[in-house]
Every structure is written in C-alpha cells, then in structure tokens.
Ligand binder design. Sequence first.
Ligand SMILES: *Cc1c(COP(=O)(O)O)cnc(C)c1O
Length: 424
Amino acid sequence: MEGTAPRRPATPTEPVEPVGPLPPMFPGGNRIGAAEEAAILDVLRRKRLFRYYGVAPGPSVVDRFEARFAATIGVCHALAVNSGTAALATAMAALGVGPGDQVIVPAYTWISTAAAAVVLGAVPVIAEVEESLTIDVADAERQITPRTKVIVPVHMRGAPCNMAALTAMAERHGIAVLEDVAQAVGGSYRGRRLGSIGRIGIFSLQFNKIITCGEGGVVVTDDDRLHARALLFHDVAASQRTHLEGVAPFVALTCRLSELQGAVADAQLDRLDGIIADCRRNRSIILEEVGTSLDERGIALRRCHDEAGDTAIAIVLLCPDPATARSLANTCQTLDLPAKLLFDPDVPDFHVAYHWGPILDRVSWTPRGPWSDPDADVEYGPDRWRRSIDILGRAVHLDVSPDLSPDLAARYGRALRACVERLP
Ligand SMILES: *Cc1c(COP(=O)(O)O)cnc(C)c1O
C-alpha cells in the first residue's frame, strides 16, 4: 500500500532521483472543482451579482459565506471584503486608526500589513521577528510610544504567533491586537482558531492563500461595535442600508465582495479542513523521512508556538549560516523540491521590511503623508531589524502541498534528507 513502504534512508553515496513535477502550491486554487462551478452558475442564473440585491429576490451567498466563516473561526461576526489589504484597512479603521497614530507590524509580513496603516494616515513601526518568523513580543514592546494604537501579529507561513505573550503585553499597555491571518486560515493557537484571539482579525482570499476566490478578504470580531464600524467603512452607503444601533455613520470606502467571488469563497470553505489535514499528513511523512539528518548538520525547524495549530503548509529550516541555506536551497532545487531562501538582499521581495522601498523612503501619494508630521519620529534603519535579517537570511522555505500523494511525500522527504546529508 502507498505510504507504508519501509523507510530506505539514502546514504551520501546512493544516487537520489529528482522527485519530478509536484502539484502547484495553490492549495485551494488547485482543488477548484464542481462545487465552485455550481456555485458560480447559481449566482449567474439567479442574476444576483451584488450582495445587497439582484434581479429577483433571493438569498445572498456572501451573507451565507460570512455566517459560515464566522462559525468556522468561532467568532460572532465576519465581514467579507474584496482583498486582504482592504480587510486590514477596514479592521484598522474599525479600531479608529488615523493620522497621529502608530501601528506596530513585524519585519516579516506581506507589505500590505504596513501599507494599510499608511493608507489611513498612520505611521507603521517595524518590530523584529524571532525564530518562529513571527513578531518578537519583547522587541515590539520596546517600540511602544504614547502614539501606538494597534499591534498586528502576523501568523506567517501557516503557523501561530506567541499569542499568550503578545496578548498579555498588549493588555498591559492598552493597545488593540489585530491578527493578520492572511497566510494561516484554519490554524489555531491553544485550541482557538487564529483570528478569534485578538480584538479583530483579518484573512485574505487571494489566489496564493490556503483557500481562495481569486481576490477577497474577511474581517472577523466578537465585538458588535467593531463589526458595525467595519461594515460602515467597507460600504460607502452602509448607513443608508442599515441602522447601526449606537454607532454614528462616517465617511468611508467601498470594498465590498461580489456574489461571484462570494460563491467561490463559500465553496472553498468546505475544503478548508481537508486541505489542512492533507498538509499535516504530508508534512509528517516528509519530516519522518528526514529523520535526524537535520540535527546532525546543525539545522533546526523554525520555532513553533503551537505545533498542533500549525496549518503545515510549509517546512522552514533554519541553517547555521546564509551560505549553508543557499547551498541547501540550490541542491533541493536540483531534485525538484520547492525550496527557496526567505531573504536575499539582491532579490526584491515585499515580504521583508528590508525591501519595503516606498515605506522606508516614506513615500505615499501625497507629500503630506503620515511621515510629514514632525512628531512622526520613527526609525527604519537596517539596525532596526538586524535580527530578523539574520534569521530570514539563513531560512530555507519548502512548500508542503496538500495534493502530494503519501508516496510522493515520502520521496520528497528522502530527497530532502539526501540534500541535507550532502551539504559540504
Ligand atoms: C496576502 C497577504 C495580505 C494581503 O492580502 P491581499 O488579499 O493580497 O490584499 C496581507 N497580509 C499578509 C500576511 C499576506 O500574506
């Protein structure tokens, strides 16, 4: 039977075959099928492309998606929007972020986390990440000033931040926690789904994420008032559509999700638990094959704040130095393994603060952007994230597709083991 063949560890002399083509790393995207097709056709046939009305009366699939998403995450409210970036801006607006405020973000996250603060007129402050590749709580605490309004822990590459330490620290200082779960939908921390721990949380449904509708995002919270404010911000006419008890209307944007996207998102939600279960199975098979070879070469898995809550979409290996990481990533690639370095000073990548040109140069669309405030005293020098660069610069990232068969996962693991054993 597949997957139960006895392990045959490769020795440094034994040739190892390339594993061959692997499934594309678009977990939800690669599983799009009959359910998504039927859901889209239903929206078209009902001529109901807008969530608030259609040609004929009938249910909104975005409403349905929001209710089911909230239940999945374990929160009272979910609001669908048209991107993860819009979800960040909406969540920050709900928390009242604006000119004069500072928002603490980690040095390793997609640039949107910082950009959303700038869009609202606030200044992003960049904190280090630690060996889990998520925000270093002690360093974040050192960045707090009287202007700090929000801190954004980002659950990078599927795994949770140190939420116990972070929540306690934020509470001590009276700062709101906004969880960015764009890369970790379905993950958890100490039994609670990510996104349900902070005051508010956001998700992305862009094509690269665990589940997808091409473009989309979600804002979740247990707080009725925050939900009402998010609703107001995401729809310029929200106050005409609904009376929001106790929440004064304000001027806002429109970043609503369409029913076509909502239909796909709703179908994808049914796939979430299966995708994560398959990633977890495959990651275990791979690591089982890799065995103790990592220890022998001084390579460690990144730290994890809750193994059971990791979505298992990735394996991140921390090497002793950047040269070893580069050598390992190169060897892996010759065997078709989906390995890459997480930081290269010469390869622009908006996931690392080092490469956030427009933010480091303090450029928004107007010279009167948030940094023009003489009190917006913030430090973006390379010393600010020296430790993050040290860690990311020796990190090799490997995708773990849910669509590897157990047999392919075992071959992947054996090939990875061989790459580690052959390091010079
Ligand atoms: C993708 C991503 C976003 C932004 O989502 P979009 O839907 O692309 O706007 C925000 N934060 C993180 C950590 C992301 O990975």
